[in-house]
Each structure stands twice: as structure tokens, then as C-alpha cells.
Design a protein around this ligand. Structure first.
Ligand SMILES: [Zn+2]
Length: 488
């Protein structure tokens, strides 16, 4: 969340899990058919939007490694023999997710990579995602979930030329929607086939799924669950126990022997040592219902039950009675011209949104301007309110809130009143976490190493999940493990 950019998303209905059906027989090419020109174009169109929504590509040295592994596994799919036909992106996102687009685009978040314990596990997740693409699952799915359908449902606010960008989040949601169970099993099988072909231990897939299931259980029990709305791999890939069992059976069927195949654990641990973990403070952090940005020195709190999606240009807040978007940056005008600019960009070329007077006030010491307009959204009318905050030094930020007509700022009153400066002490307290790979020495214990984890709670549980250490596992000297520590 750094630059000013209007990308209004109006979706008061959560778009989830609308494809529980079976794959449509004969509705796509057989798995492995080469990437078509049309698929290349589809992928290229959505690529930039997805990067923006998922925090952009991680800038650390780990990206090169993930690209290499991703290309090595992706060419096993039959989509293309050329490694460069696959665009692999390590996303700078604190959620655990992976997905792929038609045209050879494969994405994995750094947090999901951090959860893994070998190169083979990394390859297994990307192989699974490429499997969805090779089997053309998204084309089967998008026959039910097209952007056109979303608009027909009245979820889009059609206001002019900016509209295509406005669909960014919805496009991303479409591609990360839940596949059918049959499609998931097929992607698992294809992924395991690719693992085997690339020379990796196919049992890595089952181990990765076990770690993900353990992480999901830990998240569910850990206190202070964040109001994050980006879908996680676990939520779009249900039934982990069943999948672990099937993945083990698949590996056994291929004649693999547990513990015998290539994992490349050391290469993996060397590569990810020092990688950022959880939130990236330079993008702002989500802590419970509060968003804090230590560099921009600002914070706000969203209503209970509402979720935040922290993209690279805006924070989108979504709940049952409306949607809001926070963005902003440098602006040399006054609050009235700033608000006018927001409405103009929202309206797009050659159109106009009529808003009433700009009301002024002070909130937490900040000069604030606010104006509301009634806008047509499909066949419905909505209230669009711009609330702009002057942080001084030409820095202005605003909330754009959208509610049903007649509701004004609706449920967002407390949120709009919560926008405030972050003190230097508060900003300094927000520190990045990184993965530290350490070698166990004789005498080290799980609880001893876990006490170094940079968390207030669940240190040992987090340490065990991060290193796939069950209750029966003990440490041995010389073994390498991951610890999450503060980076500075
Ligand atoms: Zn999947």
C-alpha cells in the first residue's frame, strides 16, 4: 500500500467456493496439451493485476531459486518444453498460497515456501498448480464463473474507463477460487507425476500437505487471528487428511520407497535462509483488526467481522454491509481538490460523479474532508463516500467507502474515526521477521530452540509446525532447523 491508485472493488457478496461441481467432461484439451496463444494472452492480462494484489514479487535472492525449481517442475507438464515459457513468481505475501494461470504463469507466496522443508516439497506445490493448468481446470471452471457473470450479479461498479483495473481483485479471486474435489485429486496426481519425472521423491507431496494441515490447525487455535481476506491454499484445498493419504498411495504406486528419493533439503534450506517471514513492514502490517504502516506512520482499525486485503497500492476492506478502500500518497492540493480528484478518477473519462458539499472536520488531530455521491452500480444505486485525511507535508490518504443507497458511511463510522498517526515508538516496535536456519548442537532441545521464535505465543507449536516435527520426533545434533527471528 504505497501509491495512489483508484481500483474500486465493490463486492458485498463474498465470491467463494462456487464450483463444487464435477469437471465438465470433454470441455477442454487433454492434460499436457501445449499452451495456446489465447492462453498466453489470458495469463499475461491477469499477471500484473495478480502481482499487485499479492504484494508483488519478493525482491530477495530467494526468487531466483524458486524460479529455477518452478521451471524445472513446470516443463514436466507437457505445456511447453522451454523453461522460459514459464513465468514463476515468488510473491511477497504473508499468506500461505500458490496458484497458476493459463499461459504458464505460476505463483507461490514466500510464507508457503517458508513452511516447506525441502526442494522436493516446493516442487510438489508448484507441480500441483501446473497440474491444474495442464488439465485446463480453470477453463472448465470459468465457464461457470466469468467476469461477465459477476457483473451481471451487480457486484461491479461500472463507472468508466478505469473499470478494467477495478476488476483486478475479482480476477484474482476467480483464479484462486476453489476447484472441485475431483480437480484437486487430479492436480495432486499430475503434480506427483511431475515430481517423479523431475527426479524428486514423490512422497514430498504428502509431507507438504501434512505441514499445511498442521499450520491450518495452528492458525485456528492461535489467538489474535488476523482479519486477512486473501484466500489461503488450505481454504481453497479442503480435506487435507484425505489428500495426504491419497498422495502417499500415489507415491507408493509409482514404486517409490519412503525416505529413498531425492529431497534436496540442504539446497532448499541454504536458499531460504534469511527470507522474510509473515508481514513485510514496508507494506504495512495487519495485526488483528488494525492496519499499521510504520513507514507511512499511520494506522486504522476495521469493524469486527470485516476483512482486510493489503495489496501493493491499496488496502481493501470487505464485509457484509459494504466495502472500503484505503489509498493515497503525495498530493499538493487542498482536501477539496484531492477529493474532487478521487471522484474524477472513479468516474473515468468523459463522465462525472456529482457529489455534494465537502464537509470538513478534525479526526485525531488530522484535518479531514468528506463528500458523498449516489452512484449507479448495475441496476442498483450505492452511496460512495470519500473521506480524505491531510497528514501534512503534501501527504494525503483517503477511504473510499461503498454502501447501499441511503446508508452513507454505513458500518464504517468507527473505522473512519480511527485513522491516526503512528508514533515513532509504535513504528519502531514493528519489526520484520526472517527465517534463520540453524544447526542443532548436542544438548539443544525443541523447547530451547523454540524459545527463540519471534512470537508472543505458541512458540513451540510454531517451531514444530515449521520444521514438521511431530510429538514423536526428537532433535539430533547436526540436524538443520528453521527458526523465525526478528530481522533487525
Ligand atoms: Zn489445487
Amino acid at each position: 500500500m504505497v501509491k495512489l491508485r483508484i481500483a474500486l472493488l465493490l463486492s458485498t457478496v463474498a465470491v467463494t467456493s462456487s464450483c463444487a461441481g464435477l469437471p465438465l467432461p470433454g470441455s477442454g484439451p487433454a492434460p499436457g496439451e501445449a499452451i495456446s496463444q489465447q492462453e498466453r494472452q489470458q495469463g499475461a492480462q491477469a499477471h500484473a493485476q495478480l502481482l499487485q494484489q499479492f504484494g508483488d514479487v519478493y525482491s530477495g535472492r530467494q526468487s531466483d531459486y524458486v524460479v529455477r525449481v518452478g521451471q524445472r517442475i513446470s516443463i514436466q507438464s507437457g505445456l511447453s518444453d522451454a523453461q522460459n515459457d514459464f513465468t514463476i513468481s515468488l510473491l511477497n505475501s504473508p499468506v500461505n498460497n500458490a496458484f497458476a494461470l493459463p499461459g504458464g504463469y505460476v505463483y507461490i507466496t514466500r510464507n508457503l515456501v517458508g513452511l516447506m522443508n525441502s526442494e522436493a516439497e516446493l516442487a510438489s506445490v508448484m507441480g500441483h498448480e501446473v497440474g491444474h493448468v495442464a488439465a485446463r481446470h480453470s477453463s472448465q471452471r470459468s465457464s461457470r464463473n466469468t467476469i461477465g457473470q459477476l457483473l451481471a450479479l451487480g457486484l461491479g461498479l461500472l463507472t468508466g474507463s478505469g473499470d478494467i483495473a477495478n476488476l483486478a481483485g475479482q480476477a484474482a479471486q476467480l483464479y484462486t477460487l476453489r476447484y472441485s474435489r475431483q480437480q484437486e485429486y487430479q492436480a495432486d496426481e499430475l503434480g506427483i507425476t511431475y515430481l517423479t519425472r523431475a527426479g524428486y521423491d514423490p512422497f514430498a507431496a504428502a509431507d507438504m500437505l501434512s505441514s499445511l494441515a498442521a499450520q491450518t490447525r495452528l492458525d485456528a487455535s492461535a489467538s489474535g487471528r488476523n482479519a486477512r481476506s486473501l484466500p489461503e491454499w488450505a481454504s481453497t484445498h479442503p480435506d487435507p487428511a484425505q489428500r495426504v493419504a491419497r498422495a502417499r498411495a500415489e507415491a507408493t504406486e509409482r514404486g517409490a520407497v519412503p525416505g529413498a528419493g531425492t529431497r534436496d533439503r540442504d539446497a532448499f534450506l541454504n536458499a531460504i535462509d534469511g527470507m522474510l517471514y509473515d508481514d513485510d513492514p514496508s507494506q504495512g502490517i495487519v495485526d488483528g483488526n488494525t492496519f499499521r504502516h510504520p513507514d507511512l506512520r499511520l494506522q486504522f482499525t476495521v469493524p469486527q467481522g470485516y476483512t482486510m486485503q493489503n495489496g501493493s497500492t491499496a488496502v481493501v476492506v470487505t464485509g457484509s454491509n459494504g466495502q472500503a478502500q484505503f489509498s493515497g500518497g503525495t498530493d499538493s492540493g487542498n482536501l477539496a481538490t484531492y477529493i474532487d480528484g478521487v471522484f474524477r478518477r472513479l468516474a473515468g473519462n468523459n463522465q462525472q460523479i456529482n457529489y455534494g458539499n465537502v464537509r470538513t472536520a478534525r479526526i485525531n488531530g488530522l484535518p479531514v474532508g468528506q463528500a458523498t455521491a449516489r452512484v449507479a452500480s448495475g441496476s442498483n444505486q450505492v452511496d460512495v463516500t470519500v473521506t480524505a485525511y491531510d497528514f501534512g507535508g503534501n501527504r494525503k490518504y483517503h477511504f473510499l467507502t461503498v454502501t447501499r443507497a441511503g446508508q452513507g458511511i454505513g458500518p464504517f463510522g468507527s473505522m473512519l474515526n480511527s485513522v491516526s498517526r503512528l508514533s515513532s515508538a509504535e513504528a519502531a516496535a514493528i519489526r520484520p521477521r526472517v527465517i534463520d536456519v540453524v544447526t542443532v548442537r548436542s544438548g539443544d532441545t525443541i523447547s530451547g530452540l523454540a524459545s527463540r521464535m519471534a512470537y508472543r505465543d505458541y512458540r513451540e507449536e510454531r517451531f514444530r509446525v515449521l520444521n514438521a516435527l511431530g510429538s514423536g520426533n526428537a532433535l539430533r545434533a547436526g540436524q538443520r532447523v528453521k527458526i523465525v527471528v526478528y530481522g533487525r
